[in-house]
Design a protein around this ligand. Sequence first.
Ligand SMILES: [Zn+2]
Length: 314
Amino acid sequence: MAIFEIGILGRVTWNLHSMNNEGTVGNVTEPRTVVLADGEKTDGISGEMLKHIHAYNVWLLQEDKGQFCQACQKFHPQKADMNPLIQGKDTPEKAMETAISSCILCDLHGFLVQRPAVARPSTVEFGWTLGLPEKTHREIHIHARHSMVGRSREEAEEKQAGEETVERQVPAQMIYHRPTRSGVYAIVSVFQPWRIGLNEVDYTYTIDDEKRKNRYQLAMNAYKATFMRTDGAMTSTRFPHVEAMEGVVVTSETNFPVPTISPLKDGFVEEMESLVTKQRGLSHQKFSNLAELCDIINALANKDIFRLGMPGAK
Ligand SMILES: [Zn+2]
């Protein structure tokens, strides 16, 4: 049996964080608000944020940065589209093959190449991280900064490049409205190891199974780092107090997609326990803290990964 897909469904308790915000208007920073199916509004941290953190951990944990394309070596978001090895490749299959074989990050996290036009969806997916409405609390804190001459250093650091600045030569006090949230959040992620190294234009694997497994283990390690230290916005002054993490890891060891149930729902673990009995090859493991989740990830990382059986495949 080899790992086809992995789903991680959990509830994490974060205190006094400000990890994702709508933006700042004047001196007021607005927290990100999303609406659930029943119309209730809650606090959300976008999938982009967690995916970015996971991708950054892939970059950080890979010792040999030469295994990334030129753009990804510098963690540039353009990825394969900037890969000089792709220039001159005239077909989507050749561009895809080159992009995947020459870069771990482009392979795991996907890319978009404009010429020839070819897109690869990520093998790592994150949904919105959502506050359980009854267990999420928000406050806007007022934060004052004082400066005797000109702008304070902190204020200067916050200014974006190119933004107009007004130098003051008089004592100044700036008032900022900063959101801080505490709550229990639902996290959903799906990882598709069967697609590692797979050229999804002509459906051949571009790298051997040893390399595929190395990439798989790197992605699993990046999951551990992402949950052990979840960075986000405003962590310089609103570093989250992580209190608890619990949930279930569901695994598929046949070519059947892993099911997911939102951890927003009470009883999601029990529902998953029942669901995995409905299909051969599915299994689940519960965790009640971060260390147990890391043990599960470590054990899964030692398994082999699924390879599609294609006619004529090597
Ligand atoms: Zn790349």
